[in-house]
Design a protein around this ligand. Structure first.
Ligand code: ADP
Ligand code: GLC
Length: 484
């Protein structure tokens, strides 16, 4: 099969969160299964800076109509990497910016036009460069592709037979815009109805994808169930229940070529389950990077995250002073909402000998946190999959997580009687429950024999892409058969 991926982020070109890791890894795995894969991304300023020399155009100019006139996009040939072909949509007035979605905490005002143009440019490009069997589109930024295919392009002799798969990485971000977006994107008004794109009188990109895609997936089995409920559906639970027969929960894999303490080039030392000695050096290196100096026996809790309300740090805020009474160090790396950035700054200030924070995006440091911490904390309010806890398992850094979404699917509670399990979980979204689970982990940390077993249990887990990529290929096959 020919598969075209369309997404707003992809490692190593443009990343703000886990979406980029998935879109960077899954296409390679689909290629290994014998399919042809192409990835389309917007040509943001950061992507441009990573391409050396002159841009090589596969298509010089594609015309995208708007009510106020046409816009033009070039299709830049990004070459082939690990078997996967890359194209970048070049429209400087839309994408040649520092942010992907906004700046200084605010979304760009023209995001509907930017990602509307992206979706159309992908379709127009494939008409010329090779039409796929399946468009695999990710999150709201690419969700208009199935909408366009079944409306504006429904009679197109080339495109009408293509199937579509939409992956929802996070139902908390939907792409809500004013109703007039319908005509701004030259879409027919009859799709602005309750059963299609209209959502509480907004134009909703993600809802459009949910209604029009041939199949839907999300990034863990547990989250696939959760988003069909009012608590987690963010208003789309009804639309998702309607599509439940076509909705698959496929747990994300991780790329162990990038995330393995035995080979990770960002670390001060390497280590394996059989020889953990290098992890001590990584701990020292991490504490140094955060300017902390705590005794050898003090456990280090690591955090590496987007600072968003999804991630549950309001619970940490409520227990901060009680945590400071324990013998524990905390290092946090992240950026995001001003409220949480301020909280973390204050948190570090409140106990500067034991708590430290770095407010920035830093890939090498993210790897150091995974390796150098003893415990990795993710108290998420909701978590579609979560990759950091999976990385931390591999790094022998014991995850302490809330039992939601992919966190619940990937972490198994430690059972000291049976020596089974890989981490610690709490259920109720509640500050006391968080403090209790941290205390459980700290108590276990004091028994070195048990703790080593717990680390080794986690390190033995296998969350490679091998199984999930086959599950995706099965979904593609099913959609292609239905189209035929
Ligand atoms: P989400 O996609 O919701 O942000 P995930 O756990 O799926 O959560 O993925 C987060 C990814 O982003 C991980 O690869 C993590 O290492 C990375 N990341 C998050 N914040 C930072 C940061 N400040 N610096 C470097 N990497 C980060
Ligand atoms: C989203 C989710 C995260 C998931 C990632 C990759 O950003 O918040 O839980 O791991 O996408 O699918």
């Amino acid at each position: 099969m020919q598969i075209v991926f369309a997404a707003s982020e992809c490692v190593p070109f443009a990343k703000s969160g886990g979406l980029a890791d998935v879109v960077g890894a899954l296409p390679k795995e689909i290629f290994k299964l014998g399919h042809e894969v192409t990835v389309y991304l917007p040509l943001y300023a950061i992507v441009r800076s990573k391409l050396t020399g002159e841009l090589k155009f596969a298509i010089r100019s594609i015309t995208i109509p708007f009510p106020h006139g046409n816009r033009f996009a070039g299709i830049v040939d990004g070459g082939v990497h690990d078997g996967v072909k890359f194209y970048f949509i070049d429209c400087p007035e839309m994408f040649d910016r520092q942010g992907f979605y906004g700046s200084n905490g605010d979304s760009y005002g023209d995001n509907a036009e930017r990602f509307g143009l992206f979706c159309r440019a992908v379709l127009e490009s494939t008409k010329l460069l090779g039409m796929p069997d399946i468009f695999h589109v990710h999150d709201w930024q690419a969700a208009l592709i199935p909408v366009l295919l079944r409306t504006v392009y429904s009679a197109d002799p080339v495109l009408k037979n293509c199937g579509t798969v939409l992956t929802i990485h996070n139902a908390g971000y939907q792409g809500w815009f004013p109703p007039a977006t319908t005509e701004q994107l030259l879409l027919p008004w009859d799709i602005f109805t309750y059963d299609k794109l209209e959502h509480y009188n907004t134009f909703n990109f993600l809802k459009g994808g949910i209604v029009y895609a041939d199949a839907l997936t999300t990034v863990s089995p547990r989250y696939a169930e959760e988003i069909q409920t009012p608590e987690f559906g963010n208003g789309l639970d009804g639309a998702l229940r309607q599509r439940r027969a076509d909705l698959h929960g496929i747990l994300n894999g991780v790329d162990y070529a990038e995330w393995d303490p035995a080979t990770d080039g960002n670390l001060a030392a390497h280590y394996t389950p059989a020889d953990l000695s290098g992890k001590r050096k990584c701990r020292k290196d991490l504490l140094h990077a955060f300017g902390l100096d705590v005794p050898e026996q003090t456990p280090v809790i690591g955090i590496c995250s987007r600072f968003a309300s999804q991630k549950g740090f309001d619970l940490l805020e409520q227990i901060a002073s009680r945590l400071a009474e324990r013998d524990v160090a905390v290092v946090a790396l992240g950026t995001g909402e001003p409220y949480y950035e301020k909280f973390f700054r204050d948190f570090a200030y409140s106990n500067s000998s034991h708590f430290a924070v770095q407010i920035r995006y830093d890939e090498a440091l993210a790897h150091k946190v995974e390796a150098g911490a003893d415990i990795f904390l993710m108290p998420s309010r909701f978590e579609p999959c979560g990759l950091n806890q999976i990385y931390s398992l591999k790094y022998g850094t014991v995850p302490v997580v809330r039992a939601t979404g992919g966190l619940d699917d990937t972490v198994e509670e430690w059972n000291p009687d049976l020596n089974t399990g890989t981490g610690f979980k709490f259920d109720r979204y509640d500050a006391q429950a968080l403090l209790d689970v941290i205390d459980r982990a700290l108590a276990a940390f004091n028994d070195k024999k048990q703790w080593t077993q717990l680390m080794q249990n986690g390190m033995a887990q296998n969350f490679s892409w091998e199984k999930p990529s086959r599950e995706y290929a099965a979904v593609y096959g099913e959609v292609a058969r239905r189209k035929a």
